[in-house]
Design a protein around this ligand. Structure first.
Ligand code: NDP
Length: 284
């Protein structure tokens, strides 16, 4: 079977361009779009993510405000900053880069962000809106997967979808989004019995596990669509790989995302889209 390799980089560039135009239109009507990015501590991976997010803001015409706090920042101090950003009329989106240092409770921080500025879509209000099928801000990575599926013309209605992973930021919202499109959804996790036979039922597989190349051809039904959310670094080579054994699975599927260049670029593109949505909703 000739599988289609889904080009996440190209689709993400398309979305960024759409956002750039929308942001420009909003500006012409007198409204700037502004994202506040908060980084606590000096985790090098987090610093790279924050830098990439700021760069994406530049290319889409979104103003980014940067707050870099020391690693020993107290929870109260961070919550006070979030309160200030919530009250600022010019700030449309607030993003606090995770993970946070151990003295700060991530859940307290997520709950402190005004849901209308919660561009990560992590606040329980936005999670609840998604679960009840109402419009709200949706977690960027699963929202990006949905865009990849839509723009590749993958039919979801009536299809079997298996999501491997049940985290709050990827697996659970992913399952909700697939359900919204009328797929029959199974969520698998580390306690799932006979994972391979469960995943083999799927017309669409979304792997969000964090285990390098765990998904081999014996998990895949011939002709399935395979979306690999995993980002793993191979210690020996320093190279990135996904949760799917790409080369081995490729001949068995209809379409597949590579790592890097699949879901990764979509996450930041969808963050830009969420900033625009937050700004245009607040303007209304
Ligand atoms: P978490 O560690 O929060 O969740 C991993 C999930 O995988 C858990 O639900 C866990 O099950 C499940 N799991 C672990 N081992 C197995 C196993 N052997 N069999 C079946 N299920 C298993 O990770 P995230 O959801 O945050 O991220 C998942 C992956 O996606 C990571 O590689 C991460 O780097 C990547 N990622 C990529 C993004 C992108 O932009 N492309 C954005 C966010 C994440 P249980 O709940 O039972 O422990």
């Amino acid at each position: 079977m000739d599988a289609k390799i889904i080009d996440g980089k190209a689709i993400a560039a398309q979305i960024r361009e759409e956002v750039r135009r929308d942001v420009e239109l909003l500006k012409m009507r007198g409204k700037n779009v502004t994202l506040a990015v908060v980084l606590v501590g000096d985790d090098p991976a987090s610093a790279v993510y924050v830098r990439n997010k700021k760069r994406a803001c530049e290319t889409t015409g979104i103003t980014s405000l940067s707050y870099e706090l020391p690693a020993d920042t107290t929870e109260d101090k961070l919550l006070a900053l979030i309160g200030k950003l919530n009250r600022r009329e010019d700030v449309d989106g607030i993003l606090v880069q995770m993970p946070l240092p151990p003295q700060i409770d991530e859940h307290h921080v997520i709950c402190a962000i005004d849901p209308v500025k919660d561009v990560d879509g992590f606040h329980p209000t936005n999670v609840g809106l998604l679960a009840t099928g109402k419009p709200g801000l949706v977690s960027c990575t699963p929202a990006g997967v949905m865009e990849l599926l839509k723009r590749t013309g993958v039919e979801l209605s009536g299809k079997e979808a298996v999501v491997i992973g049940r985290s709050n930021i990827v697996g659970k919202p992913m399952a909700q989004l697939l359900l919204r499109e009328n797929a029959t959804v199974t969520i698998a996790h580390s306690r799932t019995a006979d994972l391979a036979s469960v995943v083999r039922r799927a017309d669409v597989v979304v792997a969000a596990v964090g285990r390098p190349r765990m998904i081999t051809p014996d998990y895949i039904k011939e002709g399935a669509v395979v979306i690999d959310v995993g980002i793993n670094r191979i210690a020996e080579t320093g190279k990135l790989c996904g949760d799917v054994d790409f080369d081995a699975v490729l001949p068995h599927c209809r379409a597949i995302t590579p790592v890097p260049g699949g879901v990764g670029p979509m996450t930041i593109a969808m963050l830009m889209r969420n900033c625009y949505e937050a700004a245009s909703q607040r303007r209304k």
